[in-house]
Design a protein. Sequence first.
Length: 367
Amino acid sequence: KLKHVRESEVKASIKGLFENCKRSSSHKVSVEMNHWIEGIVLDIIMRIIAGKRYTSQDSSDFQEHATDFFDLFGKFVVSDALPYLRWLDIGGYEKLMKKTAKEFDLVFQGWLDEHKSKRGSSEVKGDEDFMYVMLSLFDDKTKQLPGGDDTDTVIKAICLSLILAASDTTAVTLTWAIALLLNNRDVLEKAQNELDVHVGTNRQVNESDMINLAYLQVVLKETLRLYPAAPLLVPHESIEDCNISGYHVPAGTQLIVNAWKIQRDPGVWEEPCRFLPERFLTKYKDVDLKGQNFEFIPFGSGRRMCPGISFAFQVMPLILASLLHGFDFATPSDAPVDMEEAKSLTYAKATPLEVLLTPRLSASLYD
């Protein structure tokens, strides 16, 4: 149902890149990939959630607060380790977090009030976004929910979580994928050849093409194996005493799974630190990422696995395929990409990924 949103946003962004290339005397454009990808993903998820576009003028308040949020996200807060020092608010992070949360709440309350006022009007025209759906779900329920929160608070919390969680992790993964392709030109060439065979050079990529792009899919799987967006999965808690490999784990123990370590385990993976997408077409072709194969769990497993897995594998292949199909890639100095990792909760690159893009299709196809 929302395929048109994903396709239209990706095609609009690809057209924007081409327009920038046309304005350049070299017919090339330098792009910082994480920032560009994050913009597309936020445009898609915000249209799905609230009918807004991240890059539009009326979302300028959200842009400002999102920048503050991602800056604070993953900061080391001393009181998390030493709770008795919380009153000092060392670094002032807690004060800034509360300020950003309040500003986000005002933005989302404005969107929610707008949706309430437009419900049932001709402006909606049956093209309802997630906020409209949530409002409809709570129509026949009491104002106060069992947890003590009112419906507005619940809707705003869910929408904010979906927007912020989807954007950063998706952008981080795609940035790593492009960095790996630039450092492995043979893989890049294979991925582009696959696109030329199954899509051709007389039209743009569509979401319906994804089922035929087996090599592109394993490029993404291998990227997630080497660089899971959340290398330490969200904390879990054991609900009963158990023994694991001779270790006694009491009930109530907080458990943190190191997915990065598991997915680079030389006892499971051959040449675990090499970027070899072909492994998922041969020996490891039956290894899935939906939580049933515990050697490969970039989205976690079980009832508490990442709910964004479906969104990720609708959006990531489409963005990557559209980029590879529409442009040739190079680094500004033609040097290998620095693969140093940043120290943050999400597994991001330490340095920006600047890429030179050159159109590889007929100009008329970018319109």
